[in-house]
Write a protein that binds this ligand. Structure first.
Ligand code: FES
Length: 116
């Protein structure tokens, strides 16, 4: 079972192969009683970017980036070490850093709601 290390909490989570990074992060958020993804607004439609996380190690242990995810990250000016947690599926061991604060990483709610 793949293991994901979540920074800055240094929490290790074993997850079934194919689990979304967002689901794993949500589990960690509950463990630390924190709100990583208050911006989880678009439910994987690549409109918000609020689920973006930094991949510190093991980028190859994630499912390939989709065109839609790539477009969103480019639009947000994110570097190659960023993934949309809603889309990335865990295939092996990796280390992820939850940006602080994630909730301010993407577009604001009003801007997103005006997006078709
Ligand atoms: S939830 Fe909006 S881009 Fe991932």
């Amino acid at each position: 079972m793949p293991q994901v290390i979540f920074l800055p909490y240094d929490l290790r989570l074993d997850v079934p192969r194919g689990t979304s990074l967002l689901a794993a992060a949500d589990e960690v958020a509950e463990m630390v009683d924190d709100d990583f993804f208050l911006g989880e607004l678009c439910e994987g439609r690549h409109e918000c970017g609020n689920c973006c996380v930094e991949i510190v190690e093991g980028a190859d242990a994630l499912s390939p980036m989709t065109d839609s995810e790539r477009r969103l990250l480019a639009e947000l000016g994110r570097g190659p070490d960023t993934r949309a947690a809603c889309t990335a599926r865990i295939c092996g061991d990796l280390t992820v850093r939850i940006p602080n604060p994630v909730r301010h990483a993407g577009r604001d709610r009003a801007q997103m709601q005006s997006h078709p």
